[in-house]
Design a protein around this ligand. Structure first.
Ligand SMILES: [Zn+2]
Length: 228
């Protein structure tokens, strides 16, 4: 990188050091008075060299931190996974081998407040199956208890009435013993979406799971004409 480049790098490093919560590309661009594209290029280059730390939260949203944060961040995520698995085992051990009951728990969670929790985020929106497709990934990222979770919506090439939701860094963490976590998640997704698009319903099915050696947990969410 040229001299002006290293000057920008130093500016960026100083900026990030002052911000504990991380900064987006746009925020950094504004502060160093550079256009967004050039700023993004600097940031990507610096992250690649390990000078700064990048967290991707969804396809268009990235946050940048000073490099020293990365270890604390990863450590905390590992700790959170262990903690939630522990909590899960204390609360739900009885249901570990019954995925149907795990799903019921998720549905109950939706009825008992989780749907309202989500709707607070989207209270000004008229919700339909179509825009649920847009919001599902965001909703999962906001409410998932692990900071590095990444949720992504993928359209179903075969049908307009279904889509896929892929969750990276799911708390099941590929441990078969905790697959009931994914089933609770499936029930929760169904319960929340059903409330939002009522009287329509969806069917939610986990089609790939980290517990079965897939790279991430993936759900198929399909509009359902029948009740339930
Ligand atoms: Zn899973």
């Amino acid at each position: 990188m040229k001299k002006s480049g290293s000057k920008q790098q130093i500016k960026i490093l100083n900026l990030l050091e002052k911000e504990d919560l991380g900064l987006t590309i746009s925020q950094i661009a504004k502060k160093i008075k550079l256009n967004r594209n050039s700023t993004a290029k600097y940031l990507e280059g610096m992250a690649e060299k390990g000078l700064i730390y990048k967290i991707e939260k969804g396809p268009t949203s990235k946050l940048f931190y000073p490099a020293r944060k990365s270890k604390a961040f990863e450590d905390r995520n590992i700790y959170s996974v262990t903690f939630y698995q522990f909590l899960h085992s204390v609360l739900f051990k009885k249901y570990f081998n019954d995925q149907k009951i795990a799903r019921e728990i998720g549905l109950e969670m939706a009825k008992n407040g989780a749907a309202q929790l989500y709707s607070k985020q989207f209270n000004s929106m008229e919700l339909s199956f179509e825009n649920i497709t847009q919001l599902a990934a965001l909703a999962v990222e906001i409410t998932y208890p692990i900071a590095n979770v990444k949720a992504e919506v993928k359209l179903d090439p075969l049908s307009n009435d279904s889509f896929f939701l892929e969750i990276q860094n799911c708390i099941c963490d590929g441990n078969k013993e905790f697959k009931s976590i994914c089933e609770i998640q499936a029930g929760l997704l169904k319960g929340v979406i059903d409330e939002f698009i009522s009287p329509l319903h969806v069917q939610v099915e986990e089609i790939e799971c980290k517990c079965d050696n897939f790279p991430s947990c993936k759900y198929r969410i399909a509009k359902s004409m029948s009740k339930g």
